[in-house]
Design a protein around this ligand. Structure first.
Ligand SMILES: C[S@@+](CC[C@H](N)C(=O)[O-])C[C@H]1O[C@@H](n2cnc3c(N)ncnc32)[C@H](O)[C@@H]1O
Length: 270
């Protein structure tokens, strides 16, 4: 309600609004059992902004999304394993946070752009626990995406058989359709080993391909953070394959994101 009131019609500038949103997320974390992580989170924000010379938000996840994900994730486990689709400021955050919170946080980051991957890698700490998986982009036709969603058990085979390689010149195209990292079975982490996934790459509409291709790696009640979730039907696509419960949604801030929790699949009665 408050968000709706303040943002209609532009009662306060977006910079102030982002600040308020981050403050509310921090305050909610402060009141939770995970409040002890706040100093490490804030130290990590400071370190990352200083070394990258870039702010959170914009291309990267917002601080409010990170506070909220940390609150839920660290309630579930103190040995988190994360998959991150799309690297950048957020990758540097996880790297710094693992060090500052002295947490055995494992992060597998998928990235398609070799120049960007190199830039991010150069800013990681020497003791980093980030595993950067640099893969080219593949693309499929809309009807092949449908087949992949309809036959999830064979999704990786269909993906490999139907793909064509995206030319490098298209790597920065933010509206590229149905493109995803060139994952093969050996790139998929072991089944039910991952606590959360951040869906923030690659560019365009293809992020939904993560669901049939990578979600076998997720634990039954994993967290799914989808940035810019309303740019394409990322949430309806997820609903086609997995039941989930919404935990938090931000649409009244300049940066839209949603945090979901997968739910156990109901057993089929025969
Ligand atoms: C939405 S960004 C991912 C951002 C990352 N998860 C973060 O929070 O910083 C998706 C892709 O855009 C590219 N990218 C990231 N930051 C960028 C920037 N500042 N300028 C241009 N491209 C960027 C990278 O190839 C990345 O995988």
């Amino acid at each position: 309600m408050l968000y709706r009131f303040l943002t209609q019609p532009k009662r306060i500038p977006s910079k102030v609004f982002n600040y308020l949103d981050n403050t509310i997320a921090r305050f909610t974390l402060q009141r939770s059992a995970q409040a002890r992580y706040i100093p490490a989170i804030e130290q990590s924000f400071r370190e990352v902004e200083a070394k990258s010379q870039a702010k959170f938000g914009g291309w990267s996840l917002s601080k409010s999304a990170i506070y909220t994900l940390c609150r839920h994730l660290l309630t579930k486990t103190t040995t988190p394993v994360l998959i991150e689709l799309g690297s950048g400021q957020s990758t540097l955050f996880w790297d710094a946070f693992a060090k500052n919170a002295n947490l055995p946080l494992r992060v597998i980051t998928f990235e398609h752009n070799p120049r960007w991957a190199e830039h991010v890698k150069n800013l990681l700490t020497p003791q980093t626990q980030i595993e950067m998986v640099l893969l080219p982009l593949w693309q499929i036709q809309a009807q092949d995406k449908e087949q992949l969603f309809a036959d999830r058990a064979h999704a990786l085979e269909i993906w490999q058989a139907k793909q064509h390689t995206v030319p490098l010149a298209e790597y920065d195209n933010t509206r590229i359709p149905n493109a995803f990292y060139a994952v093969t079975p050996d790139c998929v982490p072991p089944a039910h080993s991952v606590d959360a996934i951040i869906v923030d790459g690659p560019n365009g509409s293809g992020r939904s391909l993560a669901y049939p291709l990578l979600f076998s790696a997720l634990k039954a009640q994993s967290l799914v953070l989808i940035d810019d979730f309303d740019h394409y039907p990322f949430v309806p696509d997820l609903a086609r394959l997995y039941p989930f419960k919404p935990l938090m949604e931000r649409t009244h801030t300049p940066k839209h994101w949603v945090l979901l929790e997968l739910q156990p699949t109901p057993r089929k009665e025969f």
